[in-house]
Design a protein around this ligand. Structure first.
Ligand SMILES: Cc1ncc(COP(=O)(O)O)c(C=O)c1O
Length: 423
């Protein structure tokens, strides 16, 4: 849709208010200054009044930017041929995508389940671990985010999403990320099915977990006959530099979960890439866990094109990452009263603000100035910068200049208010 007239935003906000959530209308209206998104290309999106914004957000989906040409071509080709599968006949697309993912990770993980959302991959991995072990305890990490379906939510730790829904899936224990003995203790009861972790907790504010703690947990889980599941839905596929952080660190994982950019920023795809042992229930009965739209040809067509593109731009991503790190650290030194920390790896950076109010003012101010970033829903004082692999150093400089202007403006606005006063 490329219509640039003023009826579209009005209709959109009205419909959102009437038929979806008024809060969605309000936050989108603020961010777009009364306009809506209409198209995207590369690192930029176009708003309904023709303004362009640099997209360093999109919740980590647009690792290749918007409408990456080779992915669009692959999906368009499949749209013309056969977008949906009969699920009775075999689809060559899913088979080829599975082989491509396995080859890409180049590891003992040789079996693939395809889903649509990240939570699908989490659900299936936990189900498989329970089925194979016949046990029910799952260790997850405090601060973890694994999605919001009822099963995945049991592993997600933030109260904001859990409140009012308990009891969730039983047997999940959340452990302290620094507690190297946690899995050994959890395993002592003899019921441990799996340990699940994000090597870098994205939604929790871009918090890298200690690799040596993860190694101890993994070794202890293996010793106890339990599975090790690395959720790299947000940080895998070169977002944080490596194809898979856990495999690159030599952790003995039984599954790596992928999602978000796996569909090349064009279609929704997720995957649980598993060892033969973990996948065994699906070898015996592939209908034990299915979803109508999992592995559909339209989405599968994107996967090989996306993985090849990610590799083609990996070196550029590493260069851009270094530039961004330097600029963000300089910015933090310039505004120590507002920016309390910056952390990250590769192309995922978290910026901590002195208060959630500062972060809120900044995310809206940035959108208004032409830079989109992603808030952390479970850590409202932190913003995530998620540049695409195709970003240039000039894009990154432009983004950090906009951030500097916005922080300065937020400091004038908020710094001028009395404590507790609201705008
Ligand atoms: C690490 C991680 N796991 C799982 C999910 C859930 O993915 P989805 O929202 O696609 O279900 C997310 C989403 O942000 C995530 O960051």
């Amino acid at each position: 849709m490329t219509r640039h007239d003023d009826t579209l935003p009005k209709e959109t906000f009205g419909r959102l208010r009437r038929h979806m959530s008024p809060a969605l209308a309000l936050s989108g209206k603020f961010a777009g200054q009364g306009e809506v998104e209409v198209s995207g290309e590369g690192c930029e999106v176009v708003l309904s009044d023709g303004r362009r914004a640099l997209d360093f957000g999109s919740y980590a989906v647009t690792l290749l930017g918007h409408r990456y040409p080779a992915v669009v071509d692959a999906v368009r080709g499949q749209l013309e041929a056969m977008p949906v599968s009969t699920r009775t006949l075999s689809s060559p697309l899913a088979a080829a995508a599975a082989e491509e993912v396995v080859t890409y990770l180049d590891s003992p993980l040789r079996r693939v389940y395809f889903g649509t959302n990240g939570a699908d991959a989490v659900e299936v991995a936990v189900k498989l671990a329970r089925l194979v072990t016949g046990r029910s305890t799952v260790v997850a990490v405090r601060g973890a985010y694994h999605g919001k379906t009822m099963g995945a939510l049991a592993l997600t730790s933030h109260e904001r999403f859990r409140t009012g829904l308990e009891p969730l899936l039983g047997g999940v224990q959340h452990v302290d990320p620094a507690d190297g003995d946690a899995v050994r203790r959890a395993a002592a009861a003899g019921d441990l099915a799996a340990v699940v972790f994000e090597p870098v907790q994205g939604e929790n504010g871009v918090v890298p977990l200690d690799t040596e703690v993860l190694r101890r947990w993994s070794d202890d889980a293996k010793r106890a006959g339990a599975f090790v599941i690395a959720d790299e839905i947000q940080v895998g596929l070169r977002r944080a530099g490596e194809r898979s952080l856990s495999l690159a660190a030599g952790l003995p994982v039984d599954a790596v979960l992928l999602g978000k950019p796996l569909g090349g920023g064009v279609v929704p795809v997720s995957a649980a890439v598993c060892t033969q042992e973990l996948y065994q229930p699906l070898i015996e009965d592939p209908f034990r866990h299915t979803a109508t739209f999992g592995g559909q040809p339209l989405c599968m067509a994107a996967v090989p094109a996306a993985l090849r593109a990610v590799e083609a731009h990996a070196d550029n991503g590493a260069r851009v990452s270094k530039a961004l790190e330097t600029l963000l650290k300089d910015l933090r030194a310039r505004f120590p009263d507002v920016l309390t920390a910056v952390r990250g790896r590769g192309l995922i950076w978290g910026v901590d603000f002195a208060t959630p109010e500062y972060a809120g003012e900044t995310v809206v101010g940035l959108a208004q100035r032409g830079l989109l970033v992603s808030p952390c829903l479970s850590r409202p004082g932190t913003l995530r910068l998620l540049p695409p692999l195709i970003a240039t150093e000039a894009d990154v400089r432009r983004a950090v200049l906009l951030l500097a202007d916005t922080v300065e403006a937020a400091r004038r606005t908020i710094g001028g208010r009395r404590p507790g006063e609201v705008a």
